[in-house]
Design a binder for this molecule. Structure first.
Ligand code: NDP
Length: 264
């Protein structure tokens, strides 16, 4: 991890208590960062325990990212306990099913409040600490769904697409003030959010067969890309996106029936 050294940097990870966020929090701490693990409840303390048992430094900060008062309080608590943030990873999100013809307005708004407005709210609150110092890096966890619509997923894809643009606007507005902003788009990752899907017989094998890399992703796969983007090694990278999907979304041409051209 020396190449990606984050010693003395304060990193904030939203939704750090589970899945991809937990993997990212551990990855950042392994690279030397002091990590504020933001999540809704104390269930997330096990991320802090994991990090401290590996010799790292972390602190749980309760935060509901859909509530801007809670975000402001978390930014204050993290600042007081660890110092100004150098890194923010906007990760807390959820997939809620819903078909567009019947989706209620409250479901639409609840989804965007978490998957989009929460990202802006945290970028503004923790970004203020970075802008004051004149340096910082924000990484937003979007999804391959930002670019490929997935039916019956309500506002999830529109919200993730908007996150990709939010990141680009932050990059251009805040770049001259020393703050970078980038996106990581995960593909198929096994986490508590998706575990029920993988528990359905046959799904794991069927999904694996769609990924050129031959396996379903793990939180660590996403963490590796995030740690790089958060580090000074990515100093000239801003407004960019890294797709971390084992090649899954590159497979679209192979879905076309093409008699005579299939492998013999
Ligand atoms: P998990 O459900 O495993 O983890 C999400 C974490 O965010 C949980 O700890 C959850 O807490 C927390 N959270 C939810 N709502 C809030 C809130 N309002 N305030 C603070 N924390 C909150 O999900 P994943 O790790 O799978 O997903 C993480 C991110 O990755 C999401 O943005 C998701 O859209 C994205 N992603 C995931 C993919 C996958 O295949 N898993 C693929 C592409 C993108 P609680 O347990 O209390 O709900």
């Amino acid at each position: 991890m020396a190449w990606l050294d984050l010693t003395d940097k304060v990193a904030v990870v939203t939704g750090g208590g589970s899945g991809i966020g937990q993997g990212i929090a551990i990855g950042l701490a392994d690279a030397g960062a002091m990590v504020a693990v933001l999540d809704r409840d104390e269930g997330s303390l096990h991320t802090v325990d994991d990090i401290t048992s590996r010799g790292g430094q972390a602190r749980f900060v309760r935060c509901d990212v859909t509530d801007d008062h809670s975000v402001a309080a978390a930014a204050g608590e993290s600042l007081k306990a660890l110092g100004p943030a150098s890194i923010l990873v906007n990760n807390a999100g959820a997939l809620r099913a819903g078909s567009l013809d019947t989706l209620s307005m409250s479901d639409w708004q609840a989804n965007l409040a978490l998957n989009l407005t929460g990202y802006f709210s945290c970028a503004q609150a923790f970004g203020a600490q970075m802008l004051k110092k004149g340096t910082g890096a924000i990484v937003h966890i979007a999804s391959v769904s930002a670019h490929f619509p997935q039916n019956h997923s309500g506002a999830y894809s529109p919200g993730k697409a908007a996150v990709a643009m939010l990141s680009q606007q932050l990059a251009t507005e805040w770049g001259p003030r020393g703050v970078r902003s980038n996106v990581v788009c995960p593909g198929l990752i096994r986490t508590p959010m998706t575990q029920a899907i993988y528990d359905t017989p046959g799904v794991l094998e069927a999904r694996r067969a769609m990924v050129p890399r031959g396996r379903i992703g793990e939180p660590k796969d996403i963490a590796n890309a995030v740690v790089f983007l958060a580090s000074d090694r990515a100093d000239y990278i801003t407004g960019a996106e890294i797709v971390v999907d084992g090649g899954f979304t590159r497979g679209i041409m192979n879905l076309i029936p093409r008699p005579g051209y299939d492998a013999k």
